[in-house]
Design a protein around this ligand. Sequence first.
Ligand SMILES: [Zn+2]
Length: 125
Amino acid sequence: MNVVIAKTKAHYNSITETSLCDCSYCRNYRLQVKSVFPKVAEYLYSLGIDIEKPFETSPLDPDENGMLEYCCCQYIAFGNCEPNYHHRIGNVEFRMATSYPRTGIEQEHFVLEFYPIKLEFDEGV
Ligand SMILES: [Zn+2]
């Protein structure tokens, strides 16, 4: 994996709070993910990625214990990535995403994804 960290950082710095998805699943994710998965946040940070600004998350339905699983959390990174890239932190698996919404970015980039992320879900966030 060859991430252009400065460019990736600049990209995340340019994402404003108001441009992020405002649904309760996404807000729930942004509020908790850094403190519940500090090692994942640190790894992303080392690549220039801000964990609180995902490109896309895929929440499943909350379970009977009020836990909500996000099955693929996707992040844009500038640079390139070998298709068989794999990384693991605890039970969280990282890979290069092959299916994601249009990024609209012209420069060389790829989408990094990881899963599963499980968080408590508070309907009222
Ligand atoms: Zn959302």
